[in-house]
Design a protein around this ligand. Sequence first.
Ligand code: ADP
Ligand code: ZN
Length: 764
Amino acid sequence: MVFSTWSDHFANCILARRHPGVRLAAVNVRVLIDGSSELVFDYAVPAGLDVRPGCRVRVPLRRKSATGTVLAIAAAEQMDFALRELESLIDPEPLITPVLLRTGEWIADYYGCGIETVIRSLLPESVRSEENSAKTRRIAVLDVPPDPAVLEKLVRRAPRQHAILSLIANAPGMRLPVADLGEGSAAALKGMEKAGLLRLDAEDVRRDPEADGVEEVLESQALALNPDQQRALDAILASMQSPAPKPILLLGVTGSGKTEVYLQAARHVLDLGKTVLVLVPEISLTPQTVRRFKARFAVQREQVAVLHSNLSQGERFDEWHRIRKGVARIVIGARSAVFAPLPDLGLMLVDEEHENTYKQENVPRYHGRDVAVLRAAFEGCAIVLGSATPSLESWHNTQTGKYTLLRLDQRVDAQSMPLVRTVDMRLEAAKHKGAVAILSDKLRTALEQRLEKGEQSILFLNRRGFARSLQCPQCGHVCQCPHCSVALTYHRTDERLICHVCGHQAIVPRKCPECKDPAIILQGYGTQKVEELLARVLPQAKIARIDADAMRRKHMLRDTLNAFKAHKIDILIGTQMIAKGLHFPNVTLVGILNADLSLHVPDFRAGERTFQLITQVAGRAGRGDVEGEVIVQTFTPHSPSIQYARKHDYDGFAEQEMEFRRLFCFPPYAHCAVLTSRSNHERRAEFTLQTLHLRLLEDLPPGIMLGEVLPSPLVRAHGQHRFQIILRCHRARPLTRHVQAVLARTSLPEDVTVVFDMDALSFS
Ligand code: ADP
Ligand code: ZN
């Protein structure tokens, strides 16, 4: 296709709207054509047409006409061929608000990606595509009550018409869907319309995602806030008075009542006639938070929109337009909801702001929290980031004065923080003559005590499956994924070996594939094994497991959590799916089985993640009248992450971790990006990155720390070999721009993919 010859060039052209004063001789636009194939073409704009990104347009395509969305605009270039002109504008106004467009431009610039990829995220496909439209139904309407004299006449002459008229007259608003008038009324209605007795119209019907099968939520009332909560709420409301509110970090220990503060702040904003956007890490994993918002605003159910990945195209279309029109005034969603087109935003809330899921792992690789902060600044609205374990980035921003810090250091109702003990698993292994124990004696006794007292327990292990791997004791062979550099995990329920990176499945060999020894054994353990072990040692306990394998069925997570709440389950075993925001007052014991799992990964954030995970999981204990206890099993009990989490000491943890980050110049003291190459050909992946490394080195702007070309920790995934360069810089822009400039002038081999990830959270 001829367009691609200058398409790379296009991205570098100055966006026409950045220079509104300059009159451009001509303008070209890049258009994403509606339809499933994601075609992108460039067109010339006829003189006099005001086209902006986000506008819907009609364009010629081959011998037909098609519709699409304008992704980008550029000053026309000298070319040796003429572009076809677009035909017309469908809507005079772009679908994207100016603030969102500005946010999109910021993302493109900051993360180094094309504006077109950002626009695609900004406007969901269901909204862009011509195929979706509002669902309508025909209605019969009376604008004035029927004349009694007319009715009188109709009773005898046309009883059917009389009946119809009376029905409509008694319907709310004197409007009734035609479908409700029964079969065969169509002819009568037409006649009546002609006679001027009524009016036929069409109205939009909302495809309500909650219409069926969703539990009733009872309305909840605002609680009387404790002094700390009141102070936090007052500060949030005060910040809303400012024309340029400073972002607020709400650091509140688990169970300190952050959500109640969010709810009351949101209520104020709605009362002011403005709108609220709430971001949560993942809708499906935070059912309790979502439900609390629904419950508080139950009487205005129409005003709440929950954006989640299970919406149908039609539902998504309707919710988007409900939001755009200001009907839905409180929106709850994950990362991508940051682009929800709410008019007149008054407040943005980012719950569990430290969560990694806010970072998008494919293009555009934006961080939902950071984009939220940016959008709030552009909108001039207040924003609150909340967490019990804030990211060090946000913490740092409170230290430099960029953010305001608010704290809730106590749990509500004078509940104490749970008592956290560690169990040294090295000693435990020695007790059992070297065999790796899953349950320490201490944890097992504690579980038994809870069972006797009728209290509930949660066991956390961040590894699903039955066994970590299958290994031959004779030759040491480990069954590996043929496409990835990881061991296959044994899953007993499926009787399969499964790769947790690419999903590859293999049958379980009866003997070692290498040396044919039949003594091949399972190494390590996962949640399935824990479940089996517990069923054996505590046969009287009712046990359930929550992990990606057990939760494949729809509503399974919700049902299991409900059963746990109703105490139909004594012990809940789970992966990080249970680490977030769950509140069960009867849980008095939390066991963390292998706290070291997240500690020994090649990532400078390993300590931070471990601290967050232990603190969050521990925070599920003792949220009722009985004090909670947490038992942390670890092989490295003295590691700072574990010790500070044990003492609930966020400040202590932050202080020592920040010192380490400062010494080695890691975030938040510098921005850190990864440049990765991937290819089926190992040499080509490596060579490509080496070439890029050389070019990056030429005229390297001062301040950029350029790492060496190294194999990625996960050296192979999905059959592709991976190499990476880590880059750091105190300022983000020079880094992104330098890398983009080098990438733009380097032609990459076809079978090598290069990925640039700014502010990367994953280094695997
Ligand atoms: P966090 O979000 O900080 O973990 P939550 O908002 O979940 O804490 O609060 C924990 C529990 O305390 C919830 O059941 C909540 O309803 C209750 N709660 C919050 N604020 C108050 C208050 N002021 N008075 C009484 N109970 C409260
Ligand atoms: Zn694999």
